[in-house]
Design a binder for this molecule. Structure first.
Ligand SMILES: NC(=O)c1ccc[n+]([C@@H]2O[C@H](COP(=O)([O-])OP(=O)(O)OC[C@H]3O[C@@H](n4cnc5c(N)ncnc54)[C@H](O)[C@@H]3O)[C@@H](O)[C@H]2O)c1
Ligand SMILES: [Fe+2]
Length: 378
């Protein structure tokens, strides 16, 4: 069994006050902060800026990250990082900002473009140390060796994996997530739920990933509605951060499955937000995968409902109820995906071999077509 290392994690209210000590430990006085306009607007960056300035740290701010960052964007951030003299990189925001920071930091130690290093374990040398401050709960990017980037030419998303992009430190401060609006809380929370459900039902699940996934499923399904309906509930926000962190470690080790694989063409071709794309695929993939793992999907249903004896069909019903409670769409038609896209998406998804290899059931080209057809009009 392989177990990926985990960064030093500070979790709880005011966790961000410990950032300067971490930078001191890394010997970093000049730091690049990679974030996006939404984080500046929400007043989150100004909190971090104050902490860094009060500690005498020099800041280079890059605030140009866009959702689902492209390879071109991260190349351009890396070029700025190379010439900045920064000694560490902070990823501040959702998965888009953290993923961009991780790639930019790594490319500082290696020449060329991210396109030269796609795949897992290809990057030859380490770059700058990375600190992650997630403001969504979320992608788990603060504890994964992965960054997910948009491939604009091929209208899909590609994974880049390297031990060198595992953050050294992560700061999970629920106060940074209380202002997350419900329409972002819902899909990002569903992304985290998918991570742990997929890790638990992955063909490569281990005892280690199971323990984390099981707890994460409980934490997320018991707190997502409160976080959605009462955003300022700090305990629910902290539990969501803890759940997404544990789900992140679980899937970093077990992998995600067909849910994420089928979500990528929706993100790449139609810019459907990552968590929403996953939530649209989850019930359809549970139905497809259940014959291979009835007991595990039953256990997921027990964890989600708190009812012993629940089975895989209850699992689908509970996921559908949750999506409806947090106002996520039910099918692809509802979000204006044309029916004519089913065919090209079902061809594109077959390239996601990195993920499909983890799926408990083999997915054929015909299966892919049938799965998208069901997701379109269910
Ligand atoms: N590296 C990994 O392991 C991994 C895992 C899953 C997903 N991802 C990737 O992460 C990306 C998605 O990340 P995401 O879902 O966290 O969303 P995101 O980073 O794209 O952010 C979505 C929006 O939310 C805003 N936002 C974030 N936090 C906020 C806050 N606290 N208050 C107000 N606004 C806030 C941002 O400004 C942005 O406009 C995708 O590219 C996805 O593929 C990566
Ligand atoms: Fe995800």
């Amino acid at each position: 069994m392989n177990i990926w290392p985990v960064p030093q994690v500070k979790i709880g209210e005011n966790a961000i006050s410990e950032i300067p000590a971490a930078l001191d430990a890394l010997g970093a006085d000049k730091v690049m902060v990679v974030t996006d306009a939404g984080i500046i607007k929400a007043g989150i960056y100004s909190k971090i800026e104050k902490i860094l300035k009060d500690a005498g740290k020099e800041i280079i701010l890059i605030d140009e990250v866009k959702p689902d960052p492209s390879m071109q964007l991260v190349d351009s951030i890396a070029e700025k990082a190379r010439h900045s003299g920064a000694q560490a990189v902070i990823g501040l925001g959702g998965g888009s900002s953290i993923d961009s920071a991780k790639v930019a930091a790594a490319l500082v130690g290696n020449g060329g473009s991210i396109k030269d290093y796609l795949g897992v374990g290809i990057l030859p040398k380490p770059g700058l140390p990375i600190l992650a401050i997630p403001t969504t709960a979320g992608t788990g990017s603060e504890v994964t060796y992965l960054s997910i980037l948009s491939d604009l030419e091929n209208e899909t998303k590609k994974g880049f994996g390297s031990a060198f992009i595992m953050p050294k430190y992560a700061f999970l401060d629920p106060a940074l997530t209380v202002g997350l609006p419900p329409h972002i809380t819902a899909p990002t929370g569903m992304d985290a739920l998918c991570h742990c459900v997929e890790a638990y039902t992955s063909a490569n699940a281990t005892d280690f990933s199971d323990a984390l996934a099981v707890k994460a499923i409980s934490l997320i399904s018991q707190n997502i509605r409160t976080a959605f309906n009462s955003g300022s509930d700090i305990k629910a926000r902290e539990n969501m951060l803890l759940g997404s962190l544990m789900a992140g470690i679980a899937f970093a080790n077990a992998g995600v499955t067909a849910v994420h694989a089928f979500a990528y063409p929706l993100g790449g071709m139609f810019h459907v937000p990552h968590g929403m794309a996953n939530s649209l695929m989850l019930p359809v993939i549970i139905k497809f995968n259940a014959p291979a793992m009835k007991d595990r999907f039953g256990h997921v249903a027990e964890l989600m409902t708190g009812r012993s004896g629940a089975d895989w069909q209850d699992c689908i019903a509970e996921v559908e109820k949750l999506c409806s409670d947090v106002k996520l769409p039910r099918n692809l038609k509802e979000i204006d995906i044309p029916e004519s896209a089913i065919k090209p998406m079902s061809v594109s998804v077959m390239d996601q071999t990195r993920l499909l290899v983890n799926n408990p059931r083999e997915v054929t080209q015909q299966d892919a077509f049938d799965i998208y057809t069901e997701a379109w009009s269910r």
